[in-house]
Design a binder for this molecule. Sequence first.
Ligand SMILES: [Zn+2]
Length: 404
Amino acid sequence: MDVYLSMFGPLAHGESPEQTASKLNDAGANNLLFFTSLYHSYRVLQPRYPQRAIYSLETDRLFFPPDLSLYKESPIKPEQSRDFPDGSYFSRLITACHAQKISFAALVPICAGDRLAPAFPEFAVQNLYGAHDRMFFCYNNPAVRAYRFSMIRDLLAHYPIDRLTLDKIPQTMLEQYSQTAIFDPPLRTVGSFCFCDSCKKAARKHDLDLDEVKARSLEIAARSLRIPQHVITAQGDKLTGDTEIPLLLLEEPLLYRMLKFRFDTAVEFVRDVRSIIAEMRPGIPLQAAFVPPSHPGHDMTAPRAWLTVQSYKLYAGVLDEILCVVHFGPDVVRFETERAVAAAEGKTKVISSMRLYGATRPEEVPLLAEQALAGGSEGVSFLGYDVTTDELLASLGRWVRQRR
Ligand SMILES: [Zn+2]
């Protein structure tokens, strides 16, 4: 059974790679999911590392020394971490994990990057009003593809990683609440589309005219904008979309085709990653971290599967494994795992990824893990080794030993 623990980079402050690998082993982990860079400067609490107990994640800087010769075709050049300049750490951690029989999965964020996206607005998602997104790159943009493909080649060429994990595949998806008012469901839908030149070009190949989609999207958005904000705000949580969105897609086939185009091109992107693996390291599994099918994801953008172009079914041919990231209680874990496994139809391995921090109680860890397995998850994944407590790690370790 796969048991994953994750790390937001080299955040085990003061621990040697060997000590970290040994403690991962004690906690029952046989896989480490290692974030090779972060897309957002989340502030995290690290109770087990009092010397750095409150720490803001470094954004868009690599935790391994990039081989710049591999980024010649990329207008975006990678930068190495400033907080963790030790270029040997990454290799040493892989070696230490392998010595403990722990597999090493290298996670690469794909579309999100909130230091780089504002620095390169020409490569970012462009919404129906021509505004550039400040977090999401467009995966149809050749520069974005070159940057991430170079990074993936870099990892595959120089490090004996056992898995490649893609994170943040989406172009963009509007959250339910903006800083100032609610995005109602139709506005959230059309406001999430990218109309950049690269998408326009790609859409032509899919027999879709993005100028036509944009014109109709603007009309639909205008309907939402006409309603006073206080009226929309008063509807609050009821505006989740299940009442309006299916009808919108039936009434507006152009929007349905636009959503399909987003999915099709995202799957093509992942297929291209798969080709790189086939050429460089055939056989290593390709996995992706997805939000759960029914609940919004737990991160700052509260993503939902259908807007983030994440589908447990549509990626079956291009992904070996999907991490269903469901950071809530045991019932939600059970529900979402069942949904994800059903959608994947046995063609892709689904592993539920749960929360080993914050509201999770030590006595809840076995319950979460059992509900994931009962829902059909092939193993369990917990985030994360570097932000959790000794109590939670011990609880996981006990459950794993009792299960094996
Ligand atoms: Zn685009």
